[in-house]
Design a protein around this ligand. Sequence first.
Ligand SMILES: NC(=O)C1=CN([C@@H]2O[C@H](COP(=O)(O)OP(=O)(O)OC[C@H]3O[C@@H](n4cnc5c(N)ncnc54)[C@H](OP(=O)(O)O)[C@@H]3O)[C@@H](O)[C@H]2O)C=CC1
Ligand SMILES: O=C(CO)COP(=O)(O)O
Length: 350
Amino acid sequence: MVLQKDKENLKTLVVGGGSWGTALAILLARNQVPTLLWARDLAQVSAMILTRRNDRYLPQVPFPPSLEPIADLEGALSQTRQVLVTVPSCGFRPILERLAGRLSSHIPLIWATKGLEPGTGRLLHEVAVELLGSGWPMAVMSGPTFAHEVAVGLPTAVTVAATESEIATRFARCLHGDTFRVYTSDDLIGVQLGGAVKNVLAIAAGISDGLGFGANTRAALITRGLTELVRFALAWGGQKETLMGLSGLGDLVLTCTDDQSRNRRLGLALAQGKRLDEALTLIGQAVEGAAAAKVVVARAKQLAVEMPIAEQVYQVLYAGRHPRQAVELLCRREQKPEYAYMGYLLNEKR
Ligand SMILES: NC(=O)C1=CN([C@@H]2O[C@H](COP(=O)(O)OP(=O)(O)OC[C@H]3O[C@@H](n4cnc5c(N)ncnc54)[C@H](OP(=O)(O)O)[C@@H]3O)[C@@H](O)[C@H]2O)C=CC1
Ligand SMILES: O=C(CO)COP(=O)(O)O
């Protein structure tokens, strides 16, 4: 149990001043958790101190009094009781390399990043274990959460999975409030894979809608996408219940169906004939599914898991396949029983 007094003692450092880091810092501070928000760009930090908003990534949402933007990462670490990393997956290792050696061993590391390590395809907790050591208290939060909706206080629910239940419970209490609900879990693998793979599938949903296909197609993509996600996560050691929960199905539905999603918007732009680099520049924010498509497809091959939708997204992004042809190829796949993947759901060996 974390009392209000304890929350006030749980000064939290949010590392990453993008839309998600800012929304979470606002949420924590609104819950009376003293919160430091670090961004790598000094000019951005100075502007946030001056205007008490993040005009670059989350305009219109004022900072609560207990939120303090900060430019000195090392100085911030010396004051903090827990660290929440919110940079995109490409920045995860570099940030942890800066934190390692400066972070005291009892300070939990939590991240809200959704992705695998670009290049290696490793889970982010594997990167964290490599850099901080295996006994380090760590947790990941994930779920259906658009930053703006969280920042303005619309009701939202997430999952926090941790190496120790006490870490998850303590962090959950810091986030928990009238409009924010946190469920805890011990399935770090499942929670991370849900967040990483849904981004790839949201690109597929965007492509489908951008091509003018209908609600039937979108529902089929989400459902068959979930099948791929479950197969992949079970083969990796995740738990099926996790994939049916907020960090799996919940986030998949959210991201595939609403244009607040940057991954979905990437798919829409590709379907309209934009090149990948053009579309990414236009969106101008983290689009994790673009990097995730590469490593998810490579990992699926290693694990001998079929992921036809992710494979087609990869082909459109990196092999010049026309989006319309990708959809045709998916439809023309050999006929099979819907539950051919049931062995995975029952945790049977293939
Ligand atoms: N936005 C959302 O609704 C949600 C996002 N997420 C996840 O959160 C993560 C961050 O996304 P989000 O905040 O939306 O992204 P944004 O594009 O809004 O912001 C990215 C932020 O990360 C910073 N950054 C980028 N690379 C590095 C790096 N190498 N080192 C330090 N900082 C870096 C950027 O700094 P600069 O401005 O200087 O480039 C910027 O502050 C992603 O994994 C995303 O999937 C999860 C749930 C919801
Ligand atoms: O993760 C998110 C919602 O849960 C944000 O989705 P996008 O990164 O696609 O914008």
